[in-house]
Design a binder for this molecule. Structure first.
Ligand SMILES: [Ca+2]
Ligand SMILES: [Ca+2]
Length: 264
């Protein structure tokens, strides 16, 4: 009884339950400690009346078959401009919160692209869709191969430029979404995205949204935008973004990582 009473007292003293967890903590429930931030603090900066749930992303560790992380993203929808603003990733559960601290600006700088808010937001959804150990190996191997053989790199660029030109029906050197569908159906398999679902419309749409938002006009993408996104992903993998995406086993983050991430 005494033990139970002590436990009850400890529980009562710790009755604060965070709305959700912004960064992972050894104590998912209970009073916040140290510098840990919970969404209770973030909610103060969230426009609760106008914010709507814009995306849910979840990652599964394919070794353990456990969901290793879930995050929800909220934003204010502008029906006139047709875009989200004030986007915030919240309700992060599990081991995905390293992503909250991951700054894509270094990778963007390496890739030579500028990330405005719309491109950055689109990139997060795209990242969850693409993040995989296979892609990490693909990008690293391809970079090495291209550096070792410039003829190979030039031929690969030419193949993709031809696919771009073939998809660019009105020859304005920019692809609308419909044109980009044709382009990505050809190049995604060439870029290691050769799974059964990799040319699904929603996956291509996420790639297009990032590339199109790099530069004006924001509803069209150029060939340079396509190359910029490929370089951005290559740089992000090289910098360790996959490891920040979460892990559920192994002593070293990412060592045994085999993730499948999905965005709704
Ligand atoms: Ca066009
Ligand atoms: Ca554009």
């Amino acid at each position: 009884m005494l033990v139970l009473a002590a436990a009850d007292a400890a529980f009562a003293a710790d009755a604060f339950i965070p709305y959700d967890c912004y960064t992972e903590s050894v104590r998912l429930y209970g009073a916040p400690k140290g510098n840990k931030i919970t969404d209770k603090e973030l909610i103060a900066g969230l426009d609760i009346n106008n914010s709507k749930l814009s995306a849910i992303a979840a990652c599964t560790d394919m070794n353990t078959r456990l969901i290793s992380g879930v995050t929800t993203t909220w934003g204010v929808w502008d029906g006139v401009a047709n875009q989200w603003s004030d986007v915030k990733a919240m309700n992060t559960i599990g081991n995905m919160s390293g992503l909250q601290e991951y700054d894509d600006s270094d990778a963007a700088s390496t890739a030579g692209v500028s990330l405005n808010e719309a491109a950055n937001w689109a990139l997060q959804a795209y990242w969850y869709q693409e993040a995989s150990p296979d892609q990490k190996i693909f990008y690293a191997t391809r970079k090495d191969n291209y550096e070792a053989d410039s003829d190979l790199a030039e031929a690969a660029t030419k193949t993709r430029q031809n696919a771009f030109a073939a998809a660019d029906t009105d020859n304005d050197e920019l692809l609308t979404f419909d044109e980009a569908m044709k382009f990505y159906e050809v190049v995604r398999p060439l870029d290691g995205k050769d799974g059964a679902t990799d040319v699904k419309i929603e996956k291509i749409e996420r790639a297009f949204k990032v590339a199109a938002n790099f530069n004006e006009p924001y509803d069209k993408m150029s060939f340079a935008d396509y190359e910029g996104l490929e370089k951005l992903m290559e740089a992000a993998y090289a910098e360790g973004k996959l490891e920040k995406t979460g892990h559920a086993r192994g002593d070293n983050p990412g060592e045994d990582l085999s993730h499948h991430c999905t965005t709704i």
